[in-house]
Design a protein. Sequence first.
Length: 519
Amino acid sequence: MELRQYLALARNWWWLLLLLAMAGGGVAFGVGLLTPPEYETSTTILINQARGSLPDAEAVLSGQRVAATYAELIHQRPVLEEVIKQLNLQTDPQTLDRQVRVSPVRDTNLLALTVRDSDPYRAANIANALVEVFIRQNVETQTSRYAASLTDLQAQLDDLQQEIDATEKRLKELENQFTPTATSERERLQTLLIEDRRSFSTLTQSFEEIRLAQAQTTDKITVVESALPGISTSSVPRNVAVGGLAGLMLAAGLVVLFEYLRETVKTDEEVERLIGAPTLGVIGQIPGSERSGVLITAYKPRAPISEAYRVLRANIEFSGQDKPLKTLVITSSSPAEGKTTTTANLAIATAQFGKQVILVDADMRRPTLHKLFNQHNTRGLSTALMQEGGGYVQDHMVATGVENLWLMTSGPLPPNPSDVLGSRRMAELIERLKSQADMILFDSPPLLAVADSSLLSRVCDATVLVALSNSTRGDALRRSKEQLDQSGATLLGVVLNRVATSRDGYYYYYHRYYSSDQS
């Protein structure tokens, strides 16, 4: 759809757009008043994998994967339960988890932890406690791999230290004894003490090596920025704006959907797309409600709509350059689309151009032309068809008061209009009418209502379809085209009737041009 069409939709449906936008804003405002306020705070932690050298690209990528893993671990039940216990929160792990959002900071080893709560200080306490508990549990988990070895070594060191202390004590007791027995025992104890001290040194070195390995293989998690009391996330103006925008988008979607489902014809581009036929004329809404005012080309020849009918006449004439058109059927898909008004004004515009025109009311079910021209309907098409040989066809026509234009009304209505219009006599009458005028225009019934127009169209030079702008459905226009094709008729084009003259309407600029020309 073109921008002009969207603007037209906005003008036509402004009330729905405004209504739903206000409804959306009002709902958002009400929800905001009823919803308890929420506060949000954040803390950032750094996950550093200890290494003896600067990290390369692979190490950085690995660190990011570790950060993503830790982000999930913070959401696990052991961490949440410990925080609930530590802060004495009146909640459960599932509810607390919904308040927490943990996300790795892209291309870094950082984790951003955000907490929402109805209390700003409690939000900060939860965020800081989550980090504290997670760091502690993470250290406990990673150090547990070395705990057994360190515990065993520590026990051996304690036992050996007791033995060394006992040996040193005994040596001190024997220090002033110089008997052969005491001397021998001192030498043995000194040898034992040297061996124990050597063993203690070896065990101590092993203990330190394990502790060093533990430190080198344990990820270090540090708090980069602690959480402060939360900031309110509620904003009445913002909520109202978002709600209003949502309502506006909903209304726009409904309008576009409604217009799509209607698929009514509004522009010549749509006519071309639907049936591949050109638009011969674009006619605006004739002002006033008086029947005589319908014949605007006769009473207001300089009006913009009168000029539109003259453009229609010129386009029809141009369309018949290869094969001159003398007989033309004007019809529509459905009733009340303006085919009779179009036929009458086209006939007047053609007569004003200096051509001899016969206007025939071939709608032998609901004839209207005799009323437009204020004529009786005692003689006309039906009486001309009934005359046997001789007689003058002019006897069944009346003058219209418009120079060069004659009217053949429908005459008394027959019981079988389709048989009459499709008869051999109708074809013969058309040939006789051709010798009396330059152009013969037939106002015929709607195509989709009865078969009359299809029967008449196949014995005339061409057919023009009248479509009521913003009312005639696309499927009706397509079926009309198919029906004409099946009957062997030639569709010359389409007339868009009663097109809007508003500023955003399709007819606006045309109407404005000719209105300014009158002034």
